[in-house]
Ligand binder design. Structure first.
Ligand SMILES: *Cc1c(COP(=O)(O)O)cnc(C)c1O
Length: 462
């Protein structure tokens, strides 16, 4: 047996398979045109390798499926809820937990309890639904990620870190009473699935304490973040993932979590609070009308059981080593071929730098989107644009927002695809790159007023 986990094959075997449909190039050219060149409007059956998201797309284990059969569907007091509480207490050390239907349900319930109109919420980089729920609660979301995150070419071990100086200056400048709370997103999805270091988390806690502020986590990829700490941060080499997670969360006051990522389930979310009983009472009060009674929060008992088991499973270091290295494997193949990616690769995805890939396509014509269309035509791969198309327009002056980072996200579902699939993806990207000079930008034939990327129709700019 190899001792080096990173050189091993998958630490699981396949017990059930889902056949994939293979289409021809001609069919795909027709299908994507019919979908208005919008990958969200394709039927998933017409996709060969689906890299749209890692959210809710994980393969559950036999142990989780066995848990599904043990669902206690009682409205109140479900044993699966009690199990979930036990697991949260054991892993994170937090006393109070409620489930929600998914991550945004947790945000919807918690944020209005913490935010007063006009207050700032300071994050490394807020996720889009998180920002939306901050704004619905009349708060102002501010991103304070280190500037190294914008430099896609150069290595930094923790591109998800807070810029601590900017954070403290902002608090001093705007006064602590105008800050609702600090929110640390681990890993930092919007910066490319980049981790936050323990030292940075500790420093954010120190700043929070200095100004009497609360620190919450957006914890969707907590285990992947812990694995990066173990790999890259001095002093953590010999700690278990569970010990690292426990320490990370010891610096927080609570978290919201989309369980559709690291909890390895297809649906679900959580709100957990360390020890603020008063806040928890308010959470429970709001949860009931919004998500459901405290012991189910919009989930079936069986879903809570699968989640409790997924949270334990994701701490397995063999699994995490495979997971993170599969993403790295793909990233390395692309980088070796000279393709510009956010480097190093993130925990859940490889992000291609669309502006560098297609320098001749103006950002207003969505270069990253154009690459996504070509990847579909090339090999039936569905990637997702995280750039100007997603960013939309300024709500007041209606001008296109042109984000600094304009990415094609190749998001890898957990335990779903093998490295043979990674080889196909890498080959397809290389082929698209080889003919990049001929790729054109896109313009709208229909542009919806909000969240336009989901339903827009486009055409190539001739
Ligand atoms: C997915 C995600 C959310 C929202 O969770 P949903 O389960 O999709 O509602 C919030 N924050 C981060 C960082 C996420 O990745």
């Amino acid at each position: 047996m190899y001792d080096d986990l990173t050189k091993m094959a998958e630490p699981y075997k396949i017990k059930m398979v889902e056949p994939l449909k293979i289409t021809t190039r001609e069919e795909r050219i027709k299908l994507i045109k019919e979908a208005g060149y919008n990958l969200f409007l394709l039927k998933s059956d017409d996709v060969y390798i689906d890299l749209l998201t890692d959210s809710g797309t994980s393969a559950m284990s036999d142990y989780q499926w066995a848990g599904i059969m043990l669902g206690d569907e009682s409205y109140a007091g479900s044993r699966n809820y009690l199990h979930l509480c036990e697991v949260i207490k054991d892993i994170f050390g937090y006393n109070y937990v409620v489930p929600t239907h998914q991550g945004r349900g947790a945000e919807k319930v918690l944020f209005p309890l913490l935010i007063k109109k006009g207050q700032y919420i300071l994050g490394n980089m807020h996720f889009d639904t998180t920002k939306a729920h901050i704004e619905l609660a009349e708060g102002i979301a501010v991103d304070m990620v280190i500037k190294e995150a914008e430099d896609t070419e150069n290595y930094h071990p923790f591109k998800g870190n807070f810029d601590l100086e900017a954070l403290e200056n902002f608090i001093k400048d705007k006064k602590p009473e105008n800050i609702a709370f600090i929110l640390a997103t681990v890993t930092c999805n919007s910066a490319g699935g980049q981790p936050v270091s323990m030292e940075n988390i500790k420093e954010v806690r120190r700043i929070a304490d200095k100004y009497g502020l609360k620190l919450f986590f957006d914890a969707a990829r907590f285990a992947e973040n812990a694995y990066f700490i173990k790999q890259r941060e001095k002093g953590y080499e010999n700690k278990s993932i569970k010990e690292i997670v426990r320490e990370m969360f010891s610096y927080g006051d609570g978290f919201t979590m989309s369980a559709k990522k690291d909890a390895l389930v297809n649906i679900g979310g959580l709100i957990a609070i360390k020890d603020d009983e008063e806040l928890f009472t308010k959470v429970k009060t709001m949860l009931i009308p919004m998500e459901g009674f405290v012991t189910y929060g919009g989930l079936a008992g069986r879903d809570m059981e699968a989640m409790a088991r997924g949270l334990e499973e994701v701490l397995d270091e063999n699994y995490l080593a495979w997971r993170i290295n599969q993403v790295k494997y793909l990233g390395d193949k692309l980088r070796d071929a000279g393709i510009p990616i956010q480097y190093p690769a993130g925990g859940h995805a490889v992000f291609i730098d669309g502006k560098k890939f297609l320098p001749h396509v103006p950002q207003e014509q969505f270069p990253s989107h154009a690459i996504c269309v070509e990847l579909y035509i090339e090999a039936g791969i569905r990637a997702v644009e995280v750039g100007a198309l997603l960013a939309g327009r300024d709500p007041v002056i209606k001008k296109e927002i042109l984000p600094k980072l304009d990415f094609v996200r190749l998001t890898i579902p957990r335990r779903v695809y093998t490295n043979s699939h990674m080889d196909v993806i890498a080959e397809a990207v290389k082929r698209v790159y080889a003919r990049r000079d001929k790729i054109k930008g896109y313009r709208f034939t229909y542009e919806p007023p909000i969240l336009r990327h989901f339903t827009a129709k486009l055409e190539p700019v001739e």
